[in-house]
Design a protein around this ligand. Structure first.
Ligand SMILES: CCCCCCCCC/C=C/C(=O)SCCNC(=O)CCNC(=O)[C@H](O)C(C)(C)COP(=O)(O)OP(=O)(O)OC[C@H]1O[C@@H](n2cnc3c(N)ncnc32)[C@H](O)[C@@H]1OP(=O)(O)O
Ligand SMILES: NC(=O)C1=CN([C@@H]2O[C@H](COP(=O)(O)OP(=O)(O)OC[C@H]3O[C@@H](n4cnc5c(N)ncnc54)[C@H](OP(=O)(O)O)[C@@H]3O)[C@@H](O)[C@H]2O)C=CC1
Length: 270
């Protein structure tokens, strides 16, 4: 994003759009999650943020405190089923859930031969099972508001990716689950979609190995660009807005064409 302030540049939704609406965003203390919270609260939403560490969540709270909506947070490990269910219920009872953003996620980068069963389970728990738990727990609240779910996925999830067998398996599972629940819950007016960002330069991609791959990733992206946090946030808000009313069961890739080029799926091949 080269022109002007990124938020200004990509903001197309109208002020006050989400006044009186409620959301839950996981992974709300950093990166994409913080960007989504910032946009939703800016549009007037009351948002509960989840994450394990309090400090980054408190920083998000500080960043949005003057904005039209509100932000509260709870320390919660989304791999702890009971804690996650309790956090969703509390948010639902406090401000209702018009939007659930399952954004917390991540993985380590390793060839399949170096992924232990515990490593596999950790990545599947975080990137697949936790999303099912949160979405199921949010169902009654989503139903009463005819709400929406946005599941954070990866660009190129429908292709394989070297070094990411566990994560791609989990996120492919989320895509299948998203489409299945889009069918099951369509009659309740609940819509579910996946977003597939390309390369977003956040603290999650700041280690040395990731930085070393970044240039290659961007070179292999047809539009030769990163995806900004603000672009992912605006699209998330769009999907929850009345303009997204007929969109459900979709994977929307916001990646400068990476998924149709020699993008993320070729990571490690270079
Ligand atoms: C580089 C370029 C990237 C480039 C990658 C490009 C990706 C595309 C874009 C995606 C970007 C992002 O997702 S950005 C977000 C990135 N942020 C993150 O990924 C942070 C979140 N990640 C995590 O918390 C961890 O990776 C995760 C494993 C999921 C959970 O960690 P836990 O603390 O619960 O688990 P641990 O106790 O540490 O480990 C559990 C098991 O996993 C194994 N394990 C952990 N790390 C391992 C590793 N590097 N290689 C092998 N095995 C590993 C351990 O050995 C354990 O198995 P045993 O030894 O058998 O006991
Ligand atoms: N950056 C990128 O290029 C891309 C990222 N993505 C995906 O977007 C999402 C956000 O990534 P990004 O912002 O870049 O990375 P970050 O590492 O900054 O964000 C991950 C967030 O998830 C939270 N989290 C991780 N594990 C848990 C857990 N067990 N319980 C609760 N919260 C947890 C972390 O908080 P805490 O550690 O405090 O728990 C952190 O806030 C992830 O799913 C990522 O895989 C997808 C495509 C590209």
């Amino acid at each position: 994003m080269k022109d002007g302030d990124p938020q200004e540049t990509v903001s197309v939704l109208k002020d006050g759009l989400f006044k009186g609406k409620g959301a839950v965003v996981s992974g709300a203390g950093t990166g994409i999650g913080r960007g989504i919270v910032t946009r939703l609260v800016g549009l007037g939403m009351d948002v509960t943020g989840l994450g394990r560490r309090e400090e980054p969540l408190a920083e998000t709270a500080e960043a949005v405190k003057e904005m039209p909506g509100s932000f509260r947070y709870q320390s919660c490990n989304v791999r702890d089923i009971e804690a996650l269910e309790a956090a969703i219920e509390e948010a639902g009872e406090t401000h209702g859930i018009d939007l659930l953003v399952n954004n917390a996620g991540g993985q380590f980068f390793a060839p399949a031969t170096e992924i232990s069963r515990r490593g596999w389970d950790a990545v599947i728990d975080l990137n697949l099972s936790a999303i099912f738990t949160a979405t199921k727990a949010a169902y009654p609240y989503l139903k009463s508001r005819r709400g929406a779910v946005v599941n954070m996925s990866l660009s190129g999830v429908e292709r394989g990716s070297m070094g990411l067998a566990h994560s791609i398996a989990a996120r492919s599972g989320v895509l299948g689950m998203t489409r299945s629940l889009a069918l099951e819950w369509a009659g309740d007016g609940i819509r579910l979609n996946c977003l597939g960002p390309g390369t977003v330069v956040t603290s999650g991609l700041s280690d040395e190995a990731a930085r070393a791959l970044l240039d290659g990733l961007l070179a292999a992206t047809p539009m030769h660009c990163e995806t900004s946090v603000e672009e992912v946030a605006e699209l998330t808000a769009f999907l929850a807005s009345p303009a997204g009313r007929l969109m459900t069961g979709q994977l929307i890739q916001i990646d400068g064409g990476a998924h149709i080029g020699a993008g993320l799926h070729m990571i490690g091949a270079a």
